[in-house]
Design a protein around this ligand. Structure first.
Ligand SMILES: [Mn+2]
Length: 450
C-alpha cells in the first residue's frame, strides 16, 4: 500500500530533483544521492536557486544497488514516476461554498472578480460550480419578479463543469479542453473529492519540474515526462544525445568510468567531505561501473576518487567490491524480457537499427538452458522494432569476459569479427565494455558491409 502511494506522489514545484536514468543501476542511484548531498551543502533555502535539491530515482532499485544501500544503512531515494505536469500542478485551492449557502455569498465573490466558485458538500463531494453565467441566470429570475435572490441557495444554480482528475497529465487532455471553449475547470483528487480549480491560462503554462540528470543525458533514457520538465543540469559519462535546452545550464559530460567519480570530484572541488555512508555509496557506483577497475572504461580519475572515498568510509575495496558485484542475480532468476530490456540501448549505424542489451552474471552455467527463450524474445523485439541486429552481451563480471548472443540480418551476422560458438553465439573473450569495446567493433563490421 505504501508503495502504491509513493508512486502517485506528484513532483513538487519547490524541489529540484537529481535523478538517474530509467531502470537505475548502482551508479545512477549513487550519483543521484551523492550529487544531491553535494549540492545541498551550505545551501540556504530560498536563496539563489531557491529550491531544495533532493535525490530521486526513475524506477525500481536493482539487487546490487539495494545491497550497497543496505550495507551503508541508507534508504533508497524517492521515486519520481513522472516529471510531467498534472492537473494537481495547475489546481488553485479556491475556497468552495456549501450547497445550502445563500446564493448571495457566491454572488458577492463573483462580483469581486472570481471566475468560478466551487460548490462542495460536507463530505468533500463536488457538485459543480457557480459562474457569472449562473449569476446572470439568477438575476434574470429575480427580474422576472418570481424569486428573491437572497432567499435562494447556491444549490439551485450549480452548473456542471468539466471535472479533471489530479493525477492526469495536462498534455493528454489540454487540446480537447481548449477546443471545448471552457474558461474554468474543476479538479478532483484521486479519491474523487474536490481539490481546486484551474483555468485555460494555467493549462497553457503549467509549472515545470526541475531536473538535474545524472548518469544519462538523453531524454529517451530519462524519467517519463522529462520532455515537459526543465533540465537544470547534467552530470554524466556517456555519449551526447541531449535535447536542446532553452537556457544555458551546467552541463558536465566527461569520459570517466562512472558518474560517481564526477560527484566525488565535485565534492572535492568544493572542499566538501561526504559522510561515510554517502562516500560508501559513491564508492559502490565506481566499483560497479568499472567492474572493480577491470573494465577498460576505468581511468586514473576513477581510481583516485575511489581511494579517497574508501578512506572516508573505511571499506576494504577488493573484498567489498567482490561482494557488491556478486549480487547480480543469475539468468535462471530473471525472465527473458527482464534480461533483454533491463539494460538495452539502441544505435543507428549507417542507417541500420542496432539494439544491444547487456546483463552482468557471475558464471555461464545457466546460459545453455535459457538460450532458446532468449533467442525467441530477441526475435520478437527484432520484428516489433524493425531492427537489423539485436544482441545480448552476457558479461561474467567475476572472470571479466563476455559472450554475445545475436539475431539479425545474415550478412551482418556473417561479418561479425568475433569467435563463433554457433550460428547465434560468439565468444568475445575479455571484452566487457559495451560502449568502449563492443559498439566500436560492431560499427566497423557493419560499415565495412557498405
Ligand atoms: Mn554510470
Amino acid at each position: 500500500m505504501a508503495a502504491t502511494r509513493e508512486r502517485h506522489d506528484p513532483w513538487h514545484t519547490d524541489l529540484t530533483y537529481v535523478i538517474g536514468h530509467q531502470r537505475p543501476d548502482t551508479d545512477s542511484i549513487a550519483a543521484a544521492m551523492g550529487y544531491a548531498w553535494c549540492l545541498s551543502q551550505g545551501q540556504e533555502p530560498s536563496e539563489e536557486q531557491g529550491d531544495r535539491v533532493v535525490a530521486a530515482r526513475a524506477g525500481q532499485v536493482g539487487p546490487q544497488a539495494a545491497f550497497a544501500l543496505g550495507y551503508f544503512g541508507l534508504k533508497a531515494p524517492r521515486v519520481l514516476s513522472s516529471a510531467a505536469p498534472t492537473f494537481a500542478h495547475v489546481a488553485t485551492q479556491q475556497v468552495p461554498v456549501r450547497p445550502y449557502a445563500p446564493l448571495a455569498e457566491a454572488m458577492s465573490r463573483l462580483a469581486e472578480g472570481e471566475r468560478l466558485v466551487p460548490v462542495v458538500d460536507g463530505s468533500g463531494h463536488l457538485l459543480g460550480g457557480l459562474t457569472p453565467m449562473a449569476l446572470a441566470r439568477a438575476y434574470a429570475e429575480v427580474a422576472g419578479g418570481t424569486l428573491r435572490a437572497s432567499a435562494q441557495t447556491c444549490r439551485s444554480f450549480v452548473e456542471e463543469l468539466p471535472i479533471l482528475s489530479a493525477s492526469d497529465r495536462v498534455r493528454d487532455r489540454r487540446a480537447a479542453l481548449l477546443r471545448g471553449g471552457g474558461e474554468e475547470f474543476l479538479v478532483v483528487g484521486d479519491d474523487g473529492r474536490y481539490l481546486g480549480t484551474t483555468s485555460r491560462k494555467c493549462l497553457l503554462e503549467p509549472p515545470k519540474a526541475k531536473l538535474i540528470l545524472v548518469d544519462h543525458n538523453e531524454l529517451s533514457q530519462a524519467v517519463s515526462g522529462a520532455e515537459e520538465a526543465e533540465i537544470v543540469g547534467v552530470l554524466d559519462h556517456h555519449r551526447l544525445g541531449n535535447a536542446p535546452t532553452s537556457a544555458p545550464i551546467p552541463f558536465v559530460v566527461e569520459p570517466v568510468g562512472s558518474t560517481s567519480t564526477l560527484v566525488a570530484e565535485a565534492c572535492r572541488q568544493r572542499d566538501l567531505i561526504p559522510p561515510a555512508n554517502i562516500a560508501g555509496l559513491l564508492l559502490s557506483g565506481i566499483l560497479s561501473d568499472t567492474l572493480l577497475y577491470r573494465s577498460p572504461t576505468v581511468t586514473e580519475r576513477d581510481r583516485s576518487a575511489a581511494a579517497w572515498l574508501a578512506k572516508l568510509c573505511s571499506v576494504a575495496v577488493e573484498d567489498y567490491g567482490k561482494r557488491l558485484i556478486g549480487t547480480s542475480p543469475g539468468l535462471a532468476e530473471r525472465s527473458a524480457d527482464d534480461i533483454l530490456d533491463g539494460d538495452r540501448k539502441n544505435y543507428e549505424i549507417i542507417g541500420k537499427s542496432v539494439s544491444v542489451a547487456q546483463i552482468e552474471i557471475t558464471g555461464y552455467q545457466e546460459l545453455p538452458e535459457r538460450k532458446a527463450a532468449l533467442l525467441e524474445a530477441m526475435d520478437t523485439r527484432r520484428q516489433r522494432e524493425g531492427l537489423s541486429l539485436i544482441c545480448l552481451m552476457v558479461t561474467d563480471v567475476l572472470n571479466i569476459q563476455s559472450h554475445l548472443i545475436c539475431r539479425g540480418e545474415p550478412t551482418i551476422l556473417a561479418a561479425l569479427p568475433f569467435a563463433r560458438i554457433d550460428e547465434s553465439e560468439f565468444d568475445l573473450g575479455h571484452v566487457v565494455s559495451r560502449k568502449k569495446q563492443l559498439i566500436p567493433a560492431l560499427q566497423s563490421a557493419v560499415e565495412e558491409l557498405e
